[in-house]
Design a protein around this ligand. Structure first.
Ligand SMILES: Nc1nc2c(ncn2[C@@H]2O[C@H](COP(=O)(O)OP(=O)(O)OP(=O)(O)O)[C@@H](O)[C@H]2O)c(=O)[nH]1
Ligand SMILES: [Mg+2]
Length: 413
């Protein structure tokens, strides 16, 4: 990463710029890219032609688009199937938290209700009434819930899928929209099976049976079998929830992928790593753009930079669930003392000055840490602002914190 910036800094030669840009995006897997292949080609073309303004405006537009494009996800299913719980899980909100979708055993959701993601303002989940409880043909139902507004549908079911839901799935496809079938409460199925057959119970066998049962429903109704995700809203890192997240990310367009990725709960190391990759590209693009436009190298770090860096660091801590409020909530859920969690994470101290130490000295120390992590001295005379190196350092540290935090609480939730 640091290496690429050194390469890219030689921007008296456009060939170097093109190759470092190409090299950076070549390394990133297609399903993780936050800008489309067309955008990448366009930037390369402008770079080859020495059209710096063109590059700047393409990157600017791409980043603006990523940050502002709305993502709308519809969640439907029978009453009690676990729609609200699923939405709360994806929003990283507990049922008793402020703004949670109301969970309960009575039919609580009678109309479509939007729930914004607390950290990603462009992402909205729509809690839709189950089709079975309404006497509509699927097409009318879809019209009534404004189907064209959603990126995709999630059809949630706790038992078998009903005829209504299968018809709804057909109608969604007919309207050229995508859907995913989610079978919730598998933890309860497993528990029941274990209690009724304590001697012969096998977890994998039971899960396979549930899956075959769901799949058969489709074949019996002469429908193409979709991918089915068995999940528990109470144990997100188990079963198919992580696979579901990967599938949704893969299917979303590049421009929506970044924010959806950042919205996901930090429940596995794989998710944390993917968030890191996504955020790294965002910072890289900003740094690349800033570097192109800089006419003189900016050596020092300005007071205003420090303010901005503080905001960035805080933002990363929130996204990766290691800010103070998240740590306190996790501590409560996992019954691990919050002090224990605060002791093992490093990011809060990155921008904390000790007695007598000036901010400039402290930032220099940060840069030294970064240089030692990256295994080499920082290239001198960079056009790339040092603040970006600090952003990379923040991101790396926060990512590591999120993983350490996960390991500390994993077995306890
Ligand atoms: N054990 C377990 N309980 C779940 C799961 N999903 C939901 N529940 C519980 O099932 C009940 C119903 O869940 P909700 O999320 O309120 O269901 P809903 O689909 O929103 O229901 P309506 O709003 O009435 O349409 C609640 O008590 C949830 O806590 C799950 O995967 N496992
Ligand atoms: Mg509900």
């Amino acid at each position: 990463m640091g290496q690429l910036f050194s390469d890219a800094s030689k921007n008296e030669d456009n060939g170097d710029l093109v190759s470092s840009f190409t090299k950076y995006f070549k390394k990133i897997k297609t399903e993780n890219k936050i800008i489309s292949q067309e955008t990448i080609h366009l930037i390369e073309l402008h770079l080859k032609n020495g059209n710096i303004q063109g590059v700047n405006s393409v990157i600017n537009d791409a980043l603006k688009n990523i940050d502002s494009i709305p993502i709308n996800i519809a969640v439907t299913g029978e009453s009690g199937a676990g729609k609200s719980s699923f939405i709360n899980a994806l929003r990283g909100v507990g049922p008793e938290d402020q703004g949670a979708a109301e969970e309960g055993v009575t039919e609580t959701t009678m109309m479509r209700t939007p729930y914004k993601h607390p950290k990603i303002k462009t992402l909205t989940f729509w809690d839709l009434p189950g089709i079975g409880t309404k006497n509509f043909p699927p097409k009318d139902y879809l019209e009534k819930v404004n189907f064209q507004e959603y990126d995709f549908f999630v059809i949630v079911s706790a038992l078998r899928f009903t005829k209504h839901e299968l018809d709804l799935a057909k109608a969604i496809r007919f309207m050229k929209k995508n859907y995913y079938f989610v079978r919730t409460k598998v933890d309860i199925d497993l528990q029941n099976e274990k209690e009724s057959k304590p001697r012969t119970f096998e977890r994998e066998k039971t899960l396979k049976q549930i899956r075959s049962y769901c799949l058969n429903t489709f074949t019996q109704n002469n429908m193409d079998v979709p991918q089915i995700f068995l999940i528990s809203n109470k144990h997100l890192s188990d079963y198919d929830f992580p696979v579901l997240m990967d599938t949704l990310i893969k299917d979303l367009s590049n421009q929506k992928r970044h924010n959806f990725m950042l919205s996901l709960p930090n429940i596995t190391e794989a998710v944390i790593d993917r968030k890191h990759k996504s955020m790294q590209q965002h910072i890289w693009l900003e740094a690349f753009k800033a570097g192109l436009l800089a006419t003189v190298p900016v050596v020092g770090i300005l007071t205003n930079d420090v303010k901005k860096l503080k905001v960035k660091l805080n933002h990363y801590r929130v996204l990766f669930g290691v800010d103070d409020a998240s740590l306190e909530a996790i501590a409560k859920d996992s019954q691990v003392p919050v002090e224990q969690l605060k002791k093992i994470i490093k990011s809060p101290f990155l921008l904390e000055t000790k007695n007598k130490e000036t901010l400039e000295e402290m930032l220099l120390k940060c840069l030294k840490i970064f240089a030692s992590i990256r295994g080499g001295p920082l290239a001198s005379g960079l056009y790339f602002r040092k603040t970006f190196y600090l952003e990379f350092l923040f991101l790396d540290t926060v990512t590591e914190d999120a993983k350490v935090r996960l390991r500390e609480t994993y077995s306890k939730i």
